[in-house]
Design a protein around this ligand. Structure first.
Ligand code: PLP
Length: 382
């Protein structure tokens, strides 16, 4: 007797290509536009501008690079405070430290799981009392869900502090019908391999201020001055996106609306199949917003069930299914242990109780049912 085949691995959020990507890559090869910037990059930026409705966009090598450029553009200097969401991936805050700035973490709220506008107000008022003001505020749209932007913007504007929107996970999500990425002075998208659309690795910086993006383009290409020789008067980086990857991005943008639809269907499938379990709650959707449901997230309430987040993760792992705890709050990261913070209990509770289920848009109904069966199997049978 032979051993049974190991079960097919179900990944958390693998790439899902359409049909145009390969054609675009081939035209890049055929025309020898492998590098550097080229026609696909110019076209991808124009297509992204049209999609998000902003006047300027710069394709870069990653969402992290776009965030770093944004922090540089807003003039963060050594010692400057920058307020930042605590319930997010570390890449949101790292560029503050790259520039010698000091992150101050702001808690999440239950409505959106994003930065709590009331906490932000409290933090800004606290600094104002001391005659201080952060150089910038970085707000993440987590798991593809927009922050409560009307309120965040009102608070930030009242204190005159510019906002960077980390919409890395929220490509194609909307808030009052407008694209995520439009709500700060600068917006950031990621096309990393696990995001809703991907260029394998890549990102984009967007703004309605073309002068900012023009400056970003300069410092993303080693900050070369306008001179026939190589002359540099400010510090730059090598952060541009390659023309080949932009070709992949153009194909992915064509199927983005379908990818959002499918991720939302996957979320609905899981919710219908699991919501009756005691203590199980799904990530809310902020009224007036439309999440791209990048990952389906749920929490387990310990007052209603003895099943823990880790029990569910262990059962899924044993079935060769990839799932993850929710983001560990940045104020809990050893890297940032000395950073000031305002609140943190909401993010802590989400981290202690929550997990993300596999949500790739190429998942089949059988894959989804397999995940559901494993999760249900962890709960006591009625
Ligand atoms: C993925 C991600 C980033 C970084 O994007 P990369 O393209 O991986 O560098 C930044 N912020 C958040 C919230 C992310 O999820």
């Amino acid at each position: 007797m032979s051993a049974p085949d190991p079960k097919k691995r179900i990944f958390l959020s693998p790439p899902h290509l359409g049909t145009a990507e390969r054609r675009h890559v081939e035209t890049a090869f055929d025309s020898n536009w492998i590098a550097p910037a080229g026609p696909h990059l110019t076209a991808f930026e124009a297509e992204m501008r049209a999609a998000c409705g902003l006047r300027a966009a710069l394709g870069v090598s990653s969402g992290s690079a776009a965030l770093h450029l944004a922090v540089r553009l807003l003039g963060v200097q050594p010692g400057d405070e920058v307020f930042c969401s605590t319930f997010t991936f570390v890449a949101t805050a790292n560029p503050i430290v790259y520039e010698g700035g000091r992150p101050v973490f702001i808690d999440a709220e239950d409505r959106s799981w994003n930065m709590d506008p009331a906490r932000l107000d409290e933090a800004l008022a606290d600094r104002a009392k001391q005659g201080r003001r952060p150089r910038a505020i970085i707000v993440a749209d987590i798991y593809g869900q927009c922050a409560a932007w009307d309120e965040i913007r009102a608070v930030a504007d009242a204190h005159g502090v510019p906002v960077i929107e980390d919409a890395a996970e929220a490509v194609g999500a909307t808030y009052h019908g407008e694209w995520a990425g439009r709500f700060g002075v600068l917006g950031v998208y990621s096309f990393n391999g696990n995001k809703i659309i991907t260029t394998s690795s890549g990102g984009m910086l967007v703004s309605d201020d073309p002068a900012l993006i023009e400056h970003a383009q300069k410092i993303a290409t080693q900050a070369r001055d306008a001179a026939p020789h190589y002359q540099h008067s400010e510090l730059g980086y090598n952060y541009r996106m390659s023309n080949v990857l932009a070709g992949i991005g153009r194909g992915q943008l064509e199927v983005l609306a379908q990818r959002v639809e499918r991720r939302r269907e996957i979320f609905d499938f899981y919710r219908r199949a699991l919501v009756d379990l005691p203590g199980v709650d799904f990530m809310p959707e902020l009224p007036g917003s439309r999440s791209n449901r990048w990952l389906t997230c749920l929490t387990l309430d310990p007052l209603q069930t003895r099943v823990s987040r880790d029990d569910v993760l262990a059962a899924l792992a044993a079935d060769n299914i990839e799932a993850r705890p929710l983001w560990k709050p940045l104020h809990q990261q050893p890297l940032f242990r000395a950073a000031p913070r305002f609140g943190g209990a909401v993010a802590d509770r989400l981290f202690n109780r929550g997990l993300c289920l596999p949500s790739g848009s190429a998942m089949t109904e059988d894959d989804l049912q397999r995940v559901v069966d494993v999760v249900r199997g962890v709960f006591p049978q009625p």
